[in-house]
Each structure stands twice: as structure tokens, then as C-alpha cells.
Design a protein around this ligand. Sequence first.
Ligand SMILES: [Zn+2]
Length: 158
Amino acid sequence: MTFKSIDLPGHEGFAAPVLPNGEPAPSAGVFTRTFVGYQAGCSCGWADRRKYPATPAGAKEVEYRWWSRHATPLLAAAPPGELVIKSNLLCERISKLIAERPVAALTLLSQLETWQRALLEQAVAGARQSGASWSEVGEAMGISKQSAHERFRAHVST
Ligand SMILES: [Zn+2]
């Protein structure tokens, strides 16, 4: 049995059987007659260490664990899907514009760069003010904690 959210592609949670030696079974769907409990796991590689009984109630608790410890924080950090779609569409349209009218694309991309940089600095400042660490800021941007700090520390008061 697996659990997932349509808003989290690439993440499918499962109750991983725990073997008698305390180790999780190597992958989801592995059948073993000797498992002694369940642990929450996810197709992305995330694994929880907490063990639950090898019962239907234990499996239900694992599902709740996947939601509370893994899916919910990921959903909270994900941008709204509707904005992701618009952003991807804008990227596609500008790529076409570059092919058809490269000078017009240059003007548009320069404008976009100006407001993008300002918004990025605002977003970093807002994230820091709401308690996000430099690690979390870097992770959200796909860069290291050190890179995030070096690039934005001048724009953030903390
Ligand atoms: Zn996952």
C-alpha cells in the first residue's frame, strides 16, 4: 500500500517492513514473512527511523507519519502550482520570442531580471524574518547555505 498527494509528484509514501535485525527491508513491496514492524519511507529516498507495530493500525500510523513529517513540510515549501505553470509558460514564450525577435526578447529579459532580483532579495529577507535558516534559504534556491549567505547577507538585517 502506498500513499501520495497529487501536489507532490515524485513522492510516494509506503510502510516499509522492518526486518528482525532492525533494518528496513531493502525496498517497497518486498515481501517478507519475518518482518517485525513498519517504518515510513518515500520513493524519493526519505526514510523515518521510528518503528511501528506490524499490524494494520501500525501501517495506518506510518501513513500519518509520512504525511506529518514528510509530505506536509514539502507542501508548505512548494510554490503554488498555478504560479509554477505560469512561470513555465513565460519561459516557453520567451524562448519562442528569442527565436523570432531576439532584440525584443533582450528588452523583456532585462526588465524581468530587474524585478526578479528585487523580489528575490525581498523573499530572502521575508524568509529570514519568518525564522528560516540560511540552510533553508539555500535549499529552497538549490544553492548551498554558504552561497546563500554570501549573496544575500548585505540585503538582510539578520
Ligand atoms: Zn518523498
